[in-house]
Design a protein around this ligand. Sequence first.
Ligand code: SF4
Ligand code: SF4
Length: 196
Amino acid sequence: MQINFPFSNTTKKEDSGCYIEFEKCGEFMSQLYLVWKLEYFDEIRINPFNQIHDYFMNPFSKPQLKCVWGGSCSDTFLSIQEDGALSICDCLAYSGSEFNFGNILTCDEADLIDETRKTMFVDRMRVLIEGKCGVCDYFDLCHGGCPVRSYHYHKNLSHFDPYCESYKSLFSVAEMQANLLNDHSPEEHNEEKANT
Ligand code: SF4
Ligand code: SF4
């Protein structure tokens, strides 16, 4: 099962009515994570909850998540639209042709690895690291979030993801749960779960 923070289909911040309020979204996801972790962890696999759980349970290997929290979607995704247009992903393809790499019907192989188009994503990471994300405890997990969400909400690809605080809320709950598991014996954890 996969659960996503919502994507907006608008490019105007003031029209972003399909966004649930960020604070409420963070609360909802955090509560959902707790219910899943305490009641359904052994029965239902939910991404990205399982991936976040694995991340905090393995502080030394720190598995890298994909897509929104992967940090390098321009290196790992390639989307081909129905008209042949090439982009990183479908969300970005529908955000504007300026993000397209070209068209598979007309381009040659060199265009598929056109580095100039990817430069804007490399620049995004540099800008994020120089700002708020660079001092965030969760940067190794989050990498500043999704560029297309930033573009839609802030009109700026290099801005950090508008769900930033919601992510932090979810990450802190997952981290606390992992710390409990790492610090407590299984018996103590079961007792805690029964008292929740
Ligand atoms: S732009 Fe966003 S949705 Fe698309 S691949 Fe990158 S992180 Fe994922
Ligand atoms: S949680 Fe916010 S500040 Fe931290 S890395 Fe993600 S977007 Fe940046």
